[in-house]
Design a protein around this ligand. Structure first.
Ligand code: CO8
Length: 259
């Protein structure tokens, strides 16, 4: 059976795709094969014009509890260096459609890094987030010192990564690591409502907005502002921009075609 369950469409809405990790016995621990499956599926969905937003989730107990420790324990530095895993993380970051991480239960180590690599996180109220690599004699390797520090600032990121402590969903929300906390039982439905809102927008504008915000994590403010302005200008080349503004002026709902 596949390690990745794909339900497409979600809730009979062709525009929202659900990807579900499926290694429940090991709390969705991430292997290279699973990461490859995730990336393959995301690329397929990125190419399907009807899909406007993607939800990535786990199960009630875990989004993902990290890289697979059994597999990792048998690994050596050269294997790690030559493994395709790091390329897969880069490919994950190249997906142009929005990806919402829907997190119930544990999002730890590589699992937390996977959630942070998504565009935003919505969590059930019993979710737990952390970088516990320090507990097993190693250090984060897929963004846990970089994305976490950008999200929380140095002091909180340092404390979390050095102690291996977990953050509750509410703590993660209060320090801006995640976008929303909802009752655990309604997590997917709440994510779907958010995904539908995104799906209603112009796919071109969504793509440009995602691109500009992601660039803000890497560029200086003046370079980022310049980048943003160019994406703003570019949106005016789309029929969707004409449709959006006409619909507003004509007091009707826009019909975006993604061109
Ligand atoms: N890898 C492999 N197996 C795991 C993992 C994991 N990360 N996490 C849990 N499991 C397994 C357990 O061994 C157990 O298996 P079994 O039933 O055969 O004994 C099963 O899942 C259930 O787990 P527990 O019995 O431990 O469940 P608890 O509810 O008691 O505890 C915890 C849940 C607290 C989440 C606990 O399982 C735990 O601490 N897990 C390890 C968390 C961790 O250290 N994660 C970081 C791993 S290192 C990492 O992610 C580095 C990333 C670098 C880049 C990533 C590239 C992919």
């Amino acid at each position: 059976m596949s390690e990745l369950l794909t339900t497409h469409p979600y809730n009979n809405d062709l525009r929202v795709a659900l990807l579900q990790l499926n290694r429940p016995k090991v709390l969705n621990a991430l292997t290279t094969d699973l990461l490859q499956e995730i990336v393959d599926e995301l690329r397929r969905l990125d190419d399907l014009p009807e899909v406007r937003c993607i939800i990535l989730t786990g199960n009630d107990k875990a989004f993902a509890a990290g890289a697979d420790i059994l597999k990792m324990s048998q690994s050596n530095p050269i294997e790690q260096l030559t493994d395709k895993r790091m390329r897969l993380w880069k490919e994950f970051a190249m997906i142009s459609k929005p990806i919402i991480a829907a997190v119930n239960g544990f999002a730890l180590g590589g699992g937390h890094e996977l959630a942070m690599a998504c565009d935003f996180v919505i969590a059930g109220d019993s979710a737990k987030f952390g970088q516990p690599e320090i507990n097993i004699g190693t250090t984060p390797g897929a963004g846990g010192t970089q994305r976490l520090t950008r999200a929380l600032g140095k002091s909180k990121a340092m404390m979390l990564a050095l102690t291996g402590e977990m953050l509750s969903a509410m703590d993660a929300y209060e320090c801006n690591l995640i976008a929303r906390v909802v009752p655990a039982k309604t997590l997917l439905q709440e994510c779907f409502e958010v995904a539908k809102k995104i799906a209603d927008k112009s796919p071109i504008a969504v793509k440009l907005t995602k691109d500009s915000i992601n660039k803000s994590q890497e560029l200086s403010l003046s370079d980022g502002l310049e980048y943003e302005r160019r994406n703003f200008y570019l949106s005016f080349a789309s029929a969707d921009q004409k449709e959006g503004m006409s619909a507003f002026l004509e007091k009707r709902a826009p019909e975006y075609k993604g061109n």
